[in-house]
Design a protein. Sequence first.
Length: 628
Amino acid sequence: MCGIAAVIERDATRVTPAADLGGMVAALHHRGPDETGSVCLPGAALGMRRLAIVDLVTGQQPISNETGELHIVANGEIYNFLELRHELEARGHHFKTRSSDIESLLHAYEEWGEACLSRVRGMFALVIWDARTRTVFAARDRAGEKPLYWTETARGLLFASEIKSLLTRPEVSRQLDVEGLDQFLTYEYVVAPRTMLRDVHALPPGSWLRARDGAVTVERYWDPAAVPVRAWSDADAADAVRESLQRAVTSQLMSDVPLGAFLSGGIDSSSIVALMRAGASGPVRTFSMGFEDGSYNELPYAREIAELFSTDHTEQLVTADLEALFEQLVPHFDAPFADVSLFPTYLVSQVARRHVTVALSGDGGDELFGGYDAYEAQALASRFQAVGAPLVPALAAVGAALPPTDQKKGLVNKFKRFIGGVATAPADLGHYRWMVYLDARRRARLYAPALQAALGASDVYQPVRDVLRHAGSDDALNRQLYADLRLYLADDILVKVDRMSMATSLETRAPFLDVDVMELAFSMPGHLKIRNGERKFVLKQAMRGLLPDRILHRKKQGFSIPLKNWLRDELQPLMRTLLSPERIARRGLFVPAEVTALVEAHVAGRENHAHTLFPLMVFERWAAAHLD
């Protein structure tokens, strides 16, 4: 695990000054506090910061091949590297390191070129310089666990694990991408390949980039839409899920440093812990984070699983100075990011890092097996609109008139959210109607004329429509899961987990995102994932007998925080500072009076505008750090 950076000079004879590369690498220190490495060659320079996990003695990067013509820096873990190494050695390749997983990547590229990616199982972002053809080759893992950004300047191409590394270079433009801003306020994250900066791009998950002779090509090498759905019996499907997930967990126990797991008490993280216990030689370390607010606190469920599997368990309540945490974490993100679970994710990572260097998580289970409320909401909406469409305006008025409650969910809050999605978001978005936080009507009131003019005829919903269309399946639920894997998981969940864990120098791994598990899930029809309203049906069948029924059938909670309450209390002074009329007017993007009206309605408890106000706070703080 590490942070990587690379400079590909337009002038083939130019050697990048060590200080230029060094500044980029230094900005990634938190990703790899153990050591640094670099190589500066005519036309190319590669550098890294290392968090040593595997091959602690000889696994330094960059790594070159036998002839010194190929060089690699990579971030992540390759779980089948030993199999690759044995095959490549049999083909005549000579390895320098004792057991580096990244060296297997380099020789795999040397042997098979771009096709090597189909053989790799793991999470990774890599950059390879091929001096034979003066080609740079970059790639990301299938799900997008590890990030990679790039930009093209007058001097050449720059790559880095985080945008803050690119911004150490003065030639990188900081011009705002207004469509990225529109996406952020709509979804609370920016959709790859966009970032919040017009000339900086995210390499999408499951994709590679090749640059040669001034031409840049980006192609997708893996797509779950290509996995054919086949017939399964319930029993065979459950057996296959359990066996595949067990293999993934066992492979991801690979580590030369202490390892543990995040544990929420839900089915996904509990499944990982149960399978770790089956595959580990000693006790499993587990870590949980909770809240004093009872409707948000899942510690009792996590504690039950920890006791069941006799883990070495550590738990903690969120008691941090929220304003100080906001000031620390928001500028740390490369682009504005407003999924409020970033706070507990950081805090549980911080707790875990005191004891381990690697933590397994349950990320991906919801997107593969149907765990979100939005799937149930879409099924209900399909039935409701067939008979109740004329009632929508009246019900929407009722929902708007009801004041929100302080609970995490609750009947009133769920009704308001459901009817709001039905009434205000385009129906062709399907379940994404409940993942839109700023509809067209409110955007029109909030956006200043200059921002509206800059956006022109752009369609903020186009990325969702494109992915749903590309899903290529007649199975409605599988189309929804495909969209969530491609969008929500990749650009929200995995961004959050990577940045917040790496902020504490902790590596996280997600066994659900093993390629075999993902392709197995997409080979199964939707009725195996949600049946008669029961979500994650096949996963529950797979884990039956290993997890207690009360865990298997507990309602999903989600790793969230009581933000709407905090904005009325602890975070209200910061909110009023960041969203003051003077500051909003000076930025020139939003209507000050509308922002003030949202603040006052929220503080008074008449409405819950947390999903608008918090993103606005995040954007203003990010802009002050990165744009001003």
